[in-house]
Design a binder for this molecule. Structure first.
Ligand SMILES: *Cc1c(COP(=O)(O)O)cnc(C)c1O
Length: 370
């Protein structure tokens, strides 16, 4: 069986030196020395689109980072938050839990992301109070274009770059949330962080992540979403492995790029292979779930990532949908949902596995066209 995803986290031996530090210091949470060291080192991995430095706050999950990023925009209750339906449900839950109104839109057919152009087009048809674009499968969003959008429209942009550590930069006017969940390229179990070039925003988020405490008094937003020293220990051990993980993933990525060129009936978004990504999803001619069955019988596990799209999931059935043309059909998302197929992508894969996946895919595609 070729697995879809195998997390790659530090082993016990690699954790021990860091755990010993916790034993010595007896400091377990509340912005301890390991969290501080981890944040400092992580900052170097997140470039900013402008000359100023990236500041970040580590938290207990990517969803918590999104929640802080969105709630600190201080939008009035019921404000409309535009996000793509072709997405993991976290950002939509966050909008709703914050008392805001999620609105789903479509993605660009060539890029599979919500672009500033789509957001601007939607704004001709309905009010939008905030936008949460998503780095689909970890691909890079055009952060300078989103900066421009935020300045020109005065609509805040909170980016869900959950799976994009290593490929997404932080903008001058955009806040970016990342996940460190076990299934992401840089996994620590559960964790995440919020990044911004605005250090006072990050300090505000730091207080909000700890009950809103400032000088022992609680004020403003108060959550408890801090990262513990134990999770920072895993993060510090993982940092030592990150260069190897990245290069293994980049090699796989390149190999898939070459092999997939030989598979007919399979397409990819524009410039998909220009960067190493979190997950690999292709679009097939025909029904993705049928191709998935063929691959499973060949011993290959796959998944249709982000399917069904959020507007077809029970919990979000009542959410308003609006595409760039002002209509309520999300045609690109619906077409993608039918045709997309996520292929195995993790550091345990060997070159021969990639060749096998692609030749089985090729066989499945020719069976489908018979
Ligand atoms: C993984 C993921 C999340 C959630 O991150 P957690 O750390 O699990 O909370 C949110 N959005 C996207 C796009 C994701 O891939």
């Amino acid at each position: 069986m070729i697995k879809l995803l195998i997390p790659d986290l530090p082993r016990t031996e690699q954790l021990t030196p860091w755990l010993k530090k916790i034993d010595e210091q007896r400091w377990y949470s509340n912005f301890g020395p390991l969290v501080e060291e981890f944040e400092c080192k992580l900052e170097d991995l997140v470039p900013s689109a402008v000359a100023s430095d990236t500041k970040l706050l580590s938290v207990s999950s990517g969803t918590a980072a999104l929640e802080l990023g969105l709630r600190l925009q201080k939008l009035p209750s019921g404000a409309k938050v535009l996000l793509p339906s072709f997405n993991f449900p976290a950002a939509a839950h966050v909008a709703r839990n914050a008392g805001l109104t999620p609105v789903f839109t479509d993605v660009d057919p060539n890029l599979w992301i919500l672009t500033p152009e789509i957001a601007r087009a939607v704004m001709h048809h309905t009010r939008v109070d905030a936008v949460m674009p998503v780095a689909t499968h970890g691909r890079t969003l055009p952060i300078e274009d989103w900066d421009k959008f935020a300045i020109e429209t005065k609509v805040p942009v909170v980016v869900d770059a959950a799976a994009a550590l290593g490929s997404q930069a932080v903008g001058r006017h955009t806040t970016v949330a990342f996940s460190l969940h076990a299934t992401k390229p840089f996994g620590i179990g559960e964790g995440g962080f919020l990044a911004s070039t605005d250090s006072s925003f990050i300090e505000q988020a730091r207080r909000a992540s700890n009950f809103g405490f400032l000088n022992q008094q609680s004020r403003g937003l108060g959550l408890n979403v801090k990262m513990s020293e134990f999770h920072a220990a895993v993060g510090l051990a993982q940092l030592e492995r990150w260069a190897d993980i990245r290069s293994a993933r980049a090699n796989l990525w390149q190999l898939y790029g070459e092999q997939l060129q030989q598979v007919s009936g399979v397409s990819l978004p524009t410039a998909y292979f220009a960067q190493p990504l979190a997950a690999l999803q292709v679009q097939v001619e025909g029904d993705g779930s049928e191709v998935a069955k063929h691959l499973l019988s060949a011993g290959i596990e796959t998944r249709q990532w982000y399917c069904p799209p959020l507007h077809h999931q029970g919990g979000f059935g009542d959410v308003e949908c609006i595409a760039s043309d002002g209509l309520d059909r999300l045609m690109v998302t619906d077409a993608l949902a039918k045709r997309c197929l996520g292929l195995p992508f993790h550091t345990r894969l060997e070159g021969a596995d990639v060749v096998q996946v692609c030749s089985s895919l090729s066989r499945a595609m020719s069976l489908m066209s018979e």
